[in-house]
Design a protein around this ligand. Structure first.
Ligand SMILES: [Mn+2]
Length: 327
């Protein structure tokens, strides 16, 4: 009889004494919340565990994190037994700095919900039906008999609520509501989460948003909305890059729009594209064409070239996808 990936993960976690946890670059709520929940659960089991991370975390998540919980990668010592990689469809998603520091002779546990997952781990627990990695962790914790403390419940709730777009996206299920209700019953207060995530913006962020909104253009009879954010817009408002999480949803909020795009200028001359779909368009298919990936309704990629060039390349592919849909 074959042992299921979930049970294999539980066995690995239970047997290891020292574990490092990491996840994808440009952290979002599921990425960070899942790492924190796993870290705290493992510490509660008496394990040595730490998160290795690189780059700045969006400040909206500050309320979740204790100062000693995130270690930057240049401090990574090699005395761990296993590495757990969360919410990453491919190992390259953790970024060069972490990838180069991971000891490849040690087991890598891959826990993810991206359909495009490459099964890069020694053990791979991949469930594209799960709304978030946090929901998969809840299953793992239950299997291992881990008590969900409030300290574990909060980051799990943040992860589920952000990855489902506050329980509005197509991955929102009865299960995600039941899991959220369970976390609320353990003491999580949704209004506290909402206050930190959505009501703690700085004025610079709204100024940047107003500039970004003014760039919105509609294409193909209003089925596609495109927004751009440039270095110049950031400099003139004093806003930070990590504030633009969620901007792409403004394009999606327009009636008739099936695909929303956000083009963001990178300092190496390339363009990062975030894509959201609320129709029949699989934006992950389009992202993968450009070497990126994510989910059917939320995906992204990096395109060589400046914003006008990236926009032209991407819109051509989106157009052919829409043409195929209607033919
Ligand atoms: Mn996720």
């Amino acid at each position: 009889m074959e042992i299921s990936p979930k049970i294999q993960v539980c066995n690995c976690l239970q047997n290891a004494k020292s574990i490092v946890i990491t996840a994808h670059i440009d952290p979002d709520g599921d990425c960070l919340g899942s790492q924190l929940a796993l870290l705290r659960a493992l510490k509660g089991m008496g394990k040595k565990a730490k998160i290795i991370s690189f780059g700045e975390l969006p400040h909206v998540f500050d309320f979740l994190i204790h100062p000693d919980e995130v270690n930057f990668v240049d401090k990574l010592d090699a005395d761990y037994e296993i590495a757990v990689v969360l919410d990453s469809g491919d190992l390259v998603r953790v970024g060069d700095k972490i990838m180069n520091n991971l000891d490849r002779s040690k087991p890598i546990i891959n826990i993810d919900h991206h359909k495009s997952n490459t099964y890069f781990g020694t053990v791979n627990f991949v469930d594209p039906q799960a709304s978030s990695v946090a929901e998969m962790l809840l299953e793992i914790f239950d299997e291992m008999g881990v008590e969900i403390t409030l300290d574990v419940a909060y980051p799990l709730y943040v992860a589920i609520s952000t990855d489902t777009g506050n329980f509005t996206h197509s991955n929102t299920s009865e299960k995600s509501h039941r899991n959220a209700a369970r976390l609320i019953s353990l003491g999580v207060e949704p209004y506290v989460v909402n206050k930190h995530l959505h009501e703690s913006k700085e004025l610079a962020n709204l100024k940047l948003l107003s500039k970004a909104l003014s760039t919105i253009k509609l294409h193909f009879g209003g089925r596609v909305a495109a927004m751009t954010v440039t270095e110049e817009m950031l400099a003139s408002t004093g806003a930070n890059w990590n504030e633009i999480n969620g901007y792409v949803d403004y394009g999606r909020s327009l009636g008739g729009v099936e695909v929303a795009l956000l083009f963001r200028e990178l300092d190496d001359g390339r363009t990062k594209v975030s894509m959201r779909s609320k129709g029949n368009v699989d934006v992950d298919f389009i992202a993968r064409y450009f070497g990126g990936g994510g989910h059917e309704a939320a995906s992204g990629c990096i395109i060589d070239g400046d914003i006008p060039s990236a926009e032209e390349q991407l819109l051509r592919v989106v157009k052919s996808y829409l043409d195929d849909l209607s033919s």
